[in-house]
Design a protein around this ligand. Sequence first.
Ligand SMILES: C=C(O[C@@H]1C=C(C(=O)O)C=C[C@H]1O)C(=O)O
Length: 496
Amino acid sequence: MPVSPLPHTTISPGLDNPAVAEWLAAIPERSQMETTWVSLTLPLPELDTLAALSALLSHCHSSQPWHFYLEHPHTHQVILGVEVLHDFQAQAPDRFEQIRLFSQQTLAELTQITPAWPLSEELAPRLPDPTGTRIFCTFSFFDQANDSGLEPPTTTPGFPIAWAVLPRWQLAQTDQGTALTLTSKRPRHDQAWQGLIKELWMVWQTLQTPLSLPLPPKLSLTLPNLDAQAQAFQTQVQQALQEIATGTLEKLVLACAIDIRANQDLQGLPTVHHLRQTYPSCYSFSISNGQGQTFIGASPERLVSLAAGHIRVDALAGSAPRDQQADVDQRLGLELQQSQKDLREHQVIVDFLRQALGEFTSQIMIPTQPTLLQLANIQHLQTLIQAWVGTEVHILDIVARLHPTPAVAGHPQRQACQHLVNQEDWERGLYAAPLGWINATGEGEFIVGIRSALLSGKEARVYGGAGIVAGSEPEREWEEILLKLKTLLTALAGSN
Ligand SMILES: C=C(O[C@@H]1C=C(C(=O)O)C=C[C@H]1O)C(=O)O
């Protein structure tokens, strides 16, 4: 329920801005709302959002507050939340539906108080409104925990099967501007209002002073010997190929988890800083469970975004290394674009997405050829699929239909998942799972949690997977896994 109880003057950011002070002071007497929750939003000048996250974390009372950070440098979009105000955990089998209902009910019970914000008409359909209050969500890959009982402490307590959080603090930065939002239970008396306004004012001022990221400690990392893992993985590829040959599976995405150890606690934020600089076309993220574990990464894969009825989905599959020599690099890219095995692997996803999105709309646009997505260490075949739906479609309806896509599980979905549940003796948790946010009108964005690691004190678990289809070669698939693992291994080593 957005409300703008202000005169339509534009408040521009600035330290000790009297217009802001006046606006804030007038809130209690102007606002007549009866809702459970209230969000107060102030504009800020453009800032380093990762340093702002660090400042917000230090402002919190608890030592390891929950946070959710998502940055896409190429499109200048950052969405972050800090400190749980209100949350909900859902269980199988209808976890997406339960989280949708929770989000809709919570945001319908929220009044947003925002100064007149000059949203550009031209940018509005493409970019999320920086002022909108959001619910942040994480879903684990499977809707049930793996009961193998073999898990080391790194992965516990982990993240719930489905978790939605309304944070106390939110910060969003897009080409539409930067906004800081403080959400609270609606204050019932003047003193409580003044306390809330004072806190917002204080943090708003702090974020306008020079901010910096904490310096990374000097660490040494111990990696396990990967020979045994290489062997086991290649055997799994052989088995998958046999199953593919019988026709029960067309594609299977096998993954590996590598446990590493440092001589001191691992720091997520310097690693995310490293990732966002090295992979500006990826979504860099950091999500803490508030219990000492942080899931970080740089994912090249958007599961789905929905804004003003416009859906965007990435089909991503088919991989090749990069090379420092331009001619070799170009050849690798060309070979990937012409590889029948990779094109087939890619087509499985495009066909799945066409069919799945077709259940929501007939307005779907799919390019006939994939393009090449070139990242610092790896290149992929990518197809951007667009579709248009009416306002009744909620982003979680689409997430529920798409996850897990053949890019991270395989095809057919049910058989592939069953194979993974039987074979993997480790918990996928948030690896390759949907991570994202939702607003009051059911729009939002979810990414796929690949190129990722789970940090827990001195330990980290690093994940990597590869799609297997007829024609895949075990040794090459292992090399692809190593390339993907290196995304995080290099960032953890380089930033610490
Ligand atoms: C599963 C992962 O990546 C997926 C598998 C790909 C492939 O097999 O070519 C490419 C991109 C992703 O869809 C991963 O990075 O862990």
